[in-house]
Structure formats: C-alpha cells, structure tokens
Design a binder for this molecule. Structure first.
Ligand code: GLU
Ligand code: ZN
Length: 491
C-alpha cells in the first residue's frame, strides 16, 4: 500500500565484515520503503570507538551500493536530520540524557560492579529476578552528595515503568513484557559515553522513524525503547512510537543460528564467488518472506511490488546454500548475453585468470559465452570453464585424468583423432558424429567415448558442451591435445 509517510531505517554498527543477516535486514527495510514510496534512512551506529572501524564503515557503504540498496537519507547523501553518523551526534545525546535526568525519567546510579554482582548472586540464590534491583532509584539529595563526595562514579540509568509493556509486533503479533523482565537499564556510561540503549531510540525519534524492522535478536530491547519513547514524547522530543517488526532468526548448518563468524554468512564471499546482486537479493528475501506459493525466482522490482512486512513469517528461516546458488543460476540465465559477458569480465582477468593476458581471445570468449551462460550457478566458475581456450595446454586435473583414462582409451582416442581430423570443423554436429563413430568402433556409447576426449582437450571431466567447445578451440589445437594425451598414455 502506498504510504509516503513511511520512514524506515537501516542502522548497522561498523564492526567486522557485512554478513547476510545484516543484508537481509537492509533489504526488508529498503523493500518496504520502495514498496510504500516512503523513505529509507541509513544511519551508522558508531558509538563504540573500541569496536568500530573506518574499514568496516567503508565496506558497508560499498556493499549496499553493490547490491543496489540505495538510501534517501544518510552518509554521502545527507538529509534533514544530518549528521547520520552517531559519532557526530554526541552533543545531542548528552542533551537528551540531561533532560531525562532533570525530568526524573533517569537517575544516577552509584552502584559499583562488585556491589551489583553480589546483589545479583544473592537474588539468584533466593530465586528472585536478578536484574538491577532499583537501589539508586530514589536516593535522597544527601545520599547522592555523600556518594559524590566519596568520589564514586555513576552511570545514568533509565527508570522503567512499574506496569507491563504491551505492543503489537508487525511479525509476531501482540507481545507483553512484565517489569520483572525489564529492569532499569544504563543509558550513559560513567565516562559520559552514551549507550546503544539511548542513542538508538533517540535517533529513531529525532529522525521520525515510523517502522523499526530488525532482527529478532533485538526483541528484548523493544520494551525499553518503548518506555524511553514515552518519556521522549512527554518531553516533546518524539511524536509517536514507531511500529516494530522483528525478522526471524536465520539458521545455518545443524539447526544452529547462523552466526556472523560463520564463513557462510560473509557477504564478501558471495560477491567474490560471483553471485549477482539480484540473485543474492532474491535468495535473501526468502529468509522470512515468500513471493508466492509456486514461484521463488523473481526480480527486484517484482519483489518491491509485493513486499509487505505484514507477510513476514515469524518462524526461523533456514539458510540453504544450494538453493541460493540455484536461484543465482536462474538470474544468470535471465541476463542478456551482453550483460552476462560483461558480468564475467572480472573472472577473465587478473588475479583470477590462469592464462597470460595476451592469450585471451575475445572472439573465442564471445563464441563460448552463450554456452557458459546456460550452465553456471556462480560467475567465478567461468574461469575454469573457459581456460582451455586460452592456455597452451589444458590444466591437468589428475582426478579427472584418472577417472576418464581408466581402462585403455588409447585405441579409442586414436580412432577419435582420425575421425575428428576428417570431420567438418564448422559444425559441432559433425564433431559429435566423429566421436560417436569412434565410440561405435570400440563398442562404447557416446558418453563413455567423449570423456577421454574431454579430458584430453579441457583437462577436466566436467565442463561446457563438448563439441561446441572443440569447434571453438579449433582443429589444430584439438588434435594436438589428443596427441599429447596419447603420448602420455603410451609413455
Ligand atoms: N546498531 C544496531 C545493530 O547493528 C542496530 C539495531 C537496531 O536495528 O535497532 O545491532
Ligand atoms: Zn545503583
């Protein structure tokens, strides 16, 4: 449904490499913004100087650009709520924390780590809730002054209401959190550094975010954020509490949550293997959402047209690499040949190409590209599929050799060579007939007869359609390779 008032945000912390869970969150926010005609806000939550890095920041921007997930407000784009990097908004947070303290929504907590720990252990032992126990909630002026005089440090703690907090999650329906489960929480460190618990909802409020769509791992922070929002509304700093939707967990191998550290979850890996952005986005959109009951391959515009948070499924999603590859293969086939050849370009040059740059033959590449396009699931496979055209001698894959050359194919190869020599080299069909005839002469079906030829010519047992490959390689080079294989067999 069109709703230009929708404002969503993607607000990662720049730590480590972008991972698929993060991209799924970005995608769902973006698709919802584009579906509704609303606004996509991109904010960088870099308030943890010890963990944040400029390298990670740069990678985040680069990844979103590569995927085509653009933003209407944020870094490099600007917008009415700039700056969009939290490290540049510290004065703002200090100001809000001051107002929360002054209004009594927050208070200074002087408990030391040791004291907190001792009381937590005691509460646990007694079977009571073990969160912060409210010791400093209602300190008198004198008590406070005494702590300050002692030189005690203090954090700022938010005062949670004593009633339960209920909200309707866009994905999970109505949820209620009781006060026992959501104790007062820190919002500013003793050194004055504001925490995620403060800066995230404060920025959502100031940036007028209407829908918070994020991973289920953040569900426990939602009641706190709602309480903080209420305080901000009272102070005139926020207008309305946003709607929340928590996207389901993504499970990896062995039914364990896919973790950031899982190699399978690294976005760069998919990029390096030659996933197309649209193939990857198609697959990632299926982690918690579906396009229709009988179609799981679709374009990004088609996704945008249908995407609604209300249709996101609360059940954990399963990450299935095979399916991701198969969907990517379908997207490779949806390209026109020109786009396909261009997309392969990085894998036909250094550092991927295993041939000398001057051996590359564009005419041969363009002749074979349409056949490659029917086979690949990831673009990086192109190198090994076409290198036989550009190398002086094919890569010798020993496992392929052992498999295809068992028995004694020398006699077969000799016949195949004769028939190929006499064949019409402008026709793949004629080359096929030559190998077929050679097989017949030795009592072999085509499949068995062509395997030694393929390994002799390309070095591998699997590859692109063989007879088209031979035609493109040419008579002289094909026959020379059969000769070389025969020499090896008879040595
Ligand atoms: N910076 C937080 C994170 O990356 C954002 C969480 C949120 O979406 O509220 O986990
Ligand atoms: Zn305290």
């Amino acid at each position: 449904m069109a709703n230009a008032n929708v404002r969503v945000r993607f607000c990662p912390s720049p730590t480590g490499n972008p991972h698929v869970g993060l991209v799924r969150t970005a995608l769902f926010n973006w698709a919802y913004a584009r579906h509704t005609g609303g606004t996509m806000v991109f904010r960088i939550e870099d308030t943890d100087a010890a963990r944040d890095s400029e390298e990670s920041y740069r990678q985040l921007l680069d990844s979103l650009r590569w995927l085509g997930l653009d933003w209407d407000e944020g870094p490099e784009v600007g917008g009415p709520h700039a700056p969009y990097r939290q490290s540049e908004r510290m004065d703002l947070y200090r100001d809000v924390a001051g107002k929360l303290l002054a209004a009594g929504h927050a208070y200074r907590c002087y408990c030391t780590a040791l004291e907190l720990e001792a009381r937590r252990d005691a509460a646990r032992a007694a079977g009571r809730p073990s969160g912060y126990d409210g010791t400093c909630r209602d300190l008198t002026e004198e008590q406070r002054a005494a702590f300050e005089a002692d030189g005690r440090e203090s954090i700022v703690r938010f005062r949670m209401p004593d009633e339960p907090i209920t909200f309707t999650d866009l994905v999970r329906g109505e949820l209620t959190f009781t006060p026992d489960n959501v104790p007062d929480f820190g919002i500013v460190r003793a050194n004055g550094a504001p925490l995620y618990t403060l800066v995230n909802p404060v920025d959502d409020a100031l940036m007028e975010i209407t829908h918070v769509l994020r991973g289920e791992d953040l569900l426990s922070s939602t009641p706190r954020q709602i309480a903080l929002y209420r305080a901000l509304i009272e102070l005139g700093l926020a207008k309305e509490i946003p709607a929340f939707g928590h996207l389901p967990y993504v499970m990896g191998e062995g039914n364990k949550k896919l973790s950031k550290r899982d190699p399978q979850s690294s976005l760069n890996l998919y990029r390096e293997r030659g996933f197309l952005p649209e193939g990857l986005l198609n697959y990632l959109s299926l982690l918690g959402w579906s396009f229709s009951a009988d179609q799981d391959v679709f374009t990004v515009p088609e996704m945008i047209e249908r995407f609604d948070v209300a249709d996101v499924n609360a059940n954990p999603a399963r990450f299935d690499l095979k399916k991701a590859e198969s969907i990517n293969g379908d997207h490779i086939r949806m390209l026109d040949v020109k786009a396909f050849t261009e997309a392969c370009e990085p894998w036909l040059t250094a550092p991927h190409a295993n041939w000398a740059p001057e051996s590359f033959d564009r005419a041969k590449w363009e002749a074979i590209a349409p056949y490659a396009q029917t086979r690949l699931t990831v673009l990086s496979d192109i190198t090994a599929n076409v290198d036989f055209l550009f190398l002086d001698a094919p890569v010798e894959d020993e496992a392929s050799w052992a498999k295809a050359m068992k028995g004694d194919p020398a006699a077969l190869l000799t016949t195949a060579r004769e028939k190929l020599d006499a064949a019409d080299w402008t026709s793949a069909e004629s080359l096929k007939e030559a190998v077929l005839a050679a097989g017949e002469a030795h009592g072999l079906k085509l499949g068995k007869a062509q395997a030694p030829v393929r390994v002799a010519v390309t070095g591998r047992t699997v590859g692109l359609p063989l007879f088209e490959s031979l035609e493109i390689l040419g008579r002289e080079r094909t026959l020379a390779r059969v000769d070389a294989a025969l020499a090896r067999l008879t040595a």
